[in-house]
Design a protein around this ligand. Structure first.
Ligand code: DI6
Ligand code: FE
Length: 399
């Protein structure tokens, strides 16, 4: 039997907010059969027993299009060391930094990694997410990257959430390849790509293009192989400096380029021409106490679609709340609440190459959130709140 939700304000996200007061939604199986004003409800559904939403706001299910939730351990001790005055070098000598996460992730069993990833996924889901993207990148050996990718794939089998898995073996240069990042691409990143693609473990390929990670020409080699396998690409670029990663990614028809604090006019033009989404990650900006703002006004003016994500990771963004990311995007970056919500719905779907979600529309998946809110601006306005009343995934409300 189809489900009929009534007495709701709908933010359909089809044209701007696409607000509909006195709205109704009909869910048939896993799909939305109708979303519109109650007065336009097709007569075929008029006999259904209505579930009264009490005037609450309904939005599409939120989409976290950039996370690193598969990792072992945490970096809380390092956080405390630094706030007690330790320098970066002292932290590194005490075993801190990204390589401490690599060591812990290599040492962890698949079951341990899955348990930790599920607890982070649960927090993101509790904030209203129905799709989560998950990257590898803390294994940095062929076996440990494949282990991370298998764990990422399993998340969606254990929880009511859709997971898109991204190969990010080119995330950091491990100690055994220090000063030989090109050799790492050939010996680890590319072999993982071929094996993971053959096993159906990955949906996209990402890399960290930065002075402390991989050069544009190394990323270019990896992306050329990814595209030959029919996999879309996305890139961590222009986070700490402008290496023209966005231009490179756009040349490969990237789904998204992410971070972008140091993005220049050439990168913006290339992304606009390629239809590439700009994924804005205020959690990393905040944690690193960055001062260079991403060029939001120029992206807006160029018509580049913007998404917003948690970037959940143990180092630069230990954050599991999408509504907090939206709040930060507004307050730190002057994105509007409409842009922030588009950034976690329609534009986040696009950053993942998904066309069947991100809006309340007939024919889309019935992934939606019912909020203790009257207007969608409230989702960005509150700081660190989780105003979720109910979440529906594939036509079923959570128990
Ligand atoms: N940029 C980041 O901010 C994270 N990865 C990346 O490419 C940092 C990851 C970490 O510190 O664990
Ligand atoms: Fe990231």
């Amino acid at each position: 039997m189809p489900i009929l939700l009534t007495n709701a304000t709908l933010a359909t996200m089809t044209q701007g907010y696409g607000l509909i007061e006195g709205g109704a939604v009909v869910i048939d199986g896993e799909m939305i059969a109708f979303a519109g004003p109650m007065s336009a409800l097709p007569t075929a559904y008029a006999e259904l027993a209505p579930q009264d939403m009490g005037g609450r706001l309904i939005t599409p299910g939120l989409i976290d299009c950039h996370t690193h939730i598969v990792f072992a351990g945490d970096r809380a001790a390092e956080f405390e060391l630094r706030l007690n005055g330790a320098s970066y070098e002292q932290v590194a000598r005490a075993g801190g930094g990204i390589l401490s996460t690599v060591r812990a992730t290599r040492a962890a069993s698949e079951a341990e990694l899955l348990a930790q990833a599920l607890s982070r996924a649960d927090q993101i889901i509790a904030g209203g997410a129905t799709v989560i993207e998950v990257k590898s990148g803390y294994g940095l050996t062929v076996e440990d990257e494949l282990k991370m990718l298998r764990v990422a794939r399993q998340i969606g089998r254990h929880r009511a959430v859709r997971v898109k898995v991204t190969h990010l073996a080119a995330h950091a240069v491990p100690p055994e390849y220090q000063g030989r990042s090109g050799a790492y691409i050939d010996a680890v990143a590319i072999p993982v790509l071929h094996q993971a693609a053959g096993l159906g473990l990955i949906d996209a390929v990402d890399a960290f293009c930065e002075g402390i990670a991989f050069s544009p020409s190394e990323v270019d080699r990896l992306f050329t192989q990814a595209r030959a396998l029919g996999l879309p690409v996305k890139l961590h670029a222009e986070q700490l400096s402008d290496l023209k990663g966005a231009v490179l990614a756009a040349r490969h028809g990237a789904l998204s380029v992410d971070h972008l604090e140091y993005l220049g006019a050439d990168g913006i033009a290339a992304m606009a021409a390629a239809g590439t989404v700009a994924v804005i990650l205020p959690g990393a900006f905040y944690t690193l106490r960055e001062v260079q703002l991403p060029p939001i006004a120029a992206l807006r003016q160029a018509g580049v679609p913007m998404a917003v994500a948690t970037d959940c990771n143990p180092g630069s963004s230990p954050m599991t709340s999408l509504t907090l990311a939206m709040n930060m995007a507004c307050t730190l970056f002057r994105m509007t609440p409409l842009e922030a919500l588009l950034g976690t719905t329609l534009h986040a779907a696009r950053a993942l190459g998904l066309t069947d979600c991100g809006a309340l529309e007939q024919g889309k998946r019935a992934d939606l959130c019912v909020w203790n809110a009257r207007h969608p601006a409230e989702l960005s306005y509150r700081i660190g709140a989780t105003p979720l009343h109910a979440r529906m995934f594939g036509g079923r409300f959570d128990a």
